[in-house]
Design a protein. Structure first.
Lengths: 568, 79
């Protein structure tokens, strides 16, 4: 396995063997160890000393299903801490099949030149002048790159927000249809890519041969069992294929834990207009696509393709978190408007969650009216124009709150929460507060545990341990390159069998657990060196003071309890 | 007693008589439990279904509140 090492100061591209200390690592395990080892914690996230690393998972490139996730790591401009932002699409699969363990990008061009990083079918990487693509939105950019390099490529790219180094800039990834609609949205890593002068990374997709396996027979047997287990879980086998991630809309509202109108209500009165059932019905009646595959090797097919009344493409994939951030959080109940907001986020290259939350804060502060979708769309266009208000929005929810003097800002470590209110699901308070990535719904989401009766979502007892265990398990899912929606099928035993059959190791499930724990430890270590203290592991004051209807609860998890989360 | 039931997700697709998003009215004896309701709807009570009343999860052995509004859906996971 090799690293493609790109130095943007000298514009040198070299291929090196994976350094011994990173051997056998993949995905988030590799990105977090690499960032902690290689990046000065006090560096400017958009300066020359920060590094950007893209790493397929340990199991990516194999025949195993749902291994198409790519981990992207750097110091985050949004949080100031370590970041792993995870994205689907096809790139992880293609890189792994070229035996590329990681692409690392360091330094900074001395001028404001832009480049394309092209990785051909032999894994040879070249920097190509991209000045002609400057300022392009992602859909237009990808169309031009496809015209130039052909359809058989996977593309990662940034939009105008990334070029402008905005804190909420995303890195967009092309899906299996070649559209830049999958996003490494969280943490502003699009700004890091922009600061490196990289407009896009174009990876050849013609290498069909899977990666070499140490024990192909055992791998095949375990892979078959894993796929069967994914299909047998009702959520991944039935709910996601039928309704996509929007299947969460009804359950979270029914639980009274759907933060809407800038987290002042726990049930959105019109959630059924934007929920999974309504979304699927709308898409089907207009001739769009449900049961859509967005990522390599996917058998879940939770993606969709939303079309307008004439059947013309609007966006893909309209996800639960976006339906929340651009919908309920802003009081918007019109699927067509939310779909346009989703497209615009992908096209300009910003995180849908951070964008929606920032707009909701503006609405809550009286700058816009809740429910005014057209005003929200107009404001988003300002990001592209680079106006003062666009820059403010692109700086993220915390910056918007500070600018407006508005204290109801649902964020931790600079990053906004997602579609699960920590007052309605107390365990999410632990995850949001203690996750090294900032408030992150993917890091240790406890909605499943709350619904399945493992814990009462409205009590504080037991939430810390549950969040800790989930956060460590998810670090492993991210290291392996697995889709998070396989988690319910991913027992320690089957994962150990798969890893051993791929690498020729004899790791036990406990060995893997230790490795996943080490991932979080190095992330915490980086954050400590970057200046984070336990005071940063706290939610904003309003979560402790403002009861959330309908249960009228506040966050009950104490600071002492939060401090014990990673008291290893 | 009449119970107003709303089924979400694929439970809605497999149920007869349920009109999403309006839901359906189910007539059950006064002392009926959640388990009785699930039996009536032909939903496996040992399965992965969640039953909610007034924003709280209720268990198979719990008695159904009179004139209650019940929502039932399969367990979902986040991410």
């Amino acid at each position: 396995m090799k690293f493609i090492k790109v130095d943007m100061t000298t514009q040198d591209v070299t291929i090196i063997e994976v350094p011994e200390k990173f051997t056998g690592f993949g995905g988030r395990e590799l990105t977090s160890h690499f960032i902690n080892d290689q990046v000065p914690p006090d560096c400017n996230p958009v300066g020359a000393d920060n590094k950007l690393i893209l790493a397929p998972g340990i199991l990516s490139g194999t025949s195993l299903v749902n291994t198409g996730r790519l981990s992207i790591g750097a110091k985050s401009p949004l949080t100031g801490g370590i970041k792993e932002s995870n994205v689907g699409g096809t790139i992880a699969h293609h890189l792994a099949r070229m035996n590329v363990a990681a692409v690392t990008i360091e330094g900074q061009p001395r001028d404001d030149r832009l480049f394309i990083l092209r990785i051909d079918e032999n894994g040879k990487a070249t920097l190509i002048d991209a000045s002609g693509y400057k300022g392009l939105r992602t859909y237009r950019l990808v169309a031009k790159l496809t015209e130039r390099y052909g359809r058989k490529n996977g593309i990662l790219c940034i939009g105008p927000a990334g070029e402008s180094l905005m804190n909420i800039a995303s890195i967009q990834a092309s899906d299996t249809d070649g559209r830049p609609c999958r996003a490494a949205g969280r943490g502003g890593l699009g700004a890091v890519m922009g600061a490196k002068g990289i407009k896009a990374i174009v990876v050849d997709a013609q290498k069909k041969k899977p990666v070499t396996l140490a024990d192909p027979e055992n791998f095949k047997e375990s892979a078959k069992k894993f796929a069967s287990a994914i299909r047998a879980v009702p959520f991944s086998g039935k709910a996601l294929p039928a309704f996509g991630t929007a299947a969460l809309m009804g359950p979270v509202n029914s639980l009274g834990a759907f933060p809407c109108y800038n987290a002042t209500q726990g049930v959105f009165e019109n959630w059924e207009k934007i929920g999974g059932e309504a979304l699927a019905a709308r898409i089907q009646e207009r001739g769009g696509k449900t049961l859509h595959s967005g990522c390599s090797q996917c058998i879940i097919n939770c993606s969709n393709e939303y079309v307008d009344e004439t059947g013309a493409y609007v966006t893909s994939s309209l996800e639960y978190e976006t339906l929340w951030a651009a919908g309920g959080m802003c009081g918007i109940d019109d699927l067509d408007v939310i779909a346009r907001m989703d497209y615009l986020c992908d096209d300009i290259g910003v995180d849908t969650i951070s964008t929606g939350v920032a707009i909701a804060i503006m609405m809550d502060a009286g700058r816009l009216k809740f429910g005014d979708g057209e005003a929200a769309l107009g404001l988003m266009e300002e990001i592209n124009r680079g106006s003062k208000s666009g820059h403010l929005l692109g700086s993220g929810p915390v910056a918007v709150g500070k600018h407006l003097g508005h204290s109801r800002v649902a964020a931790c470590k600079g990053q906004s929460i997602a579609a699960y209110d920590p007052r309605g699901i107390q365990g999410m308070a632990v995850t949001y507060a203690t996750c090294p990535m900032g408030a992150d719904h993917t890091a240790g989401n406890l909605i499943g545990e709350s619904l399945s009766g493992k814990i009462d979502p409205l009590v504080s007892e037991g939430q810390v341990a549950l969040s800790r265990n989930k956060q460590l398990a998810v670090a492993g899912i991210d290291a392996l390159g697995l889709c998070l929606f396989t988690a319910a099928a991913a027992s320690g035993d089957i994962l150990a069998r798969l890893v051993n059959a791929k690498l020729g190791t004899s790791l036990t499930p406990q060995d893997l657990e230790n490795r996943w724990r080490r991932i979080v430890e190095v992330e915490l270590e980086f954050n400590r060196k970057a200046g984070f203290t336990r005071k940063d592991d706290r939610l904003p004051d309003f979560f402790y003071r403002e009861p959330l209807p309908p249960h009228n609860k506040v966050v009950q998890i104490t600071g002492d309890a939060l401090d014990r989360t990673f008291d290893f | 007693m009449d119970i107003h039931v709303k089924l979400l997700g694929f439970l809605s697709q497999q149920a007869t008589g349920e009109d999403h998003p309006t839901g359906m009215i189910v007539d059950l004896p006064q002392d009926a439990t959640v388990s009785d309701l699930l039996d009536y709807l032909n939903i496996d009570s040992a399965g992965d279904s969640v039953v909610i009343s007034a924003g709280r999860i209720i268990r198979p052995q719990d008695r159904l509140p009179e004139n209650s509004r019940i929502t039932i859906f399969p367990v979902v996971h986040g991410g």
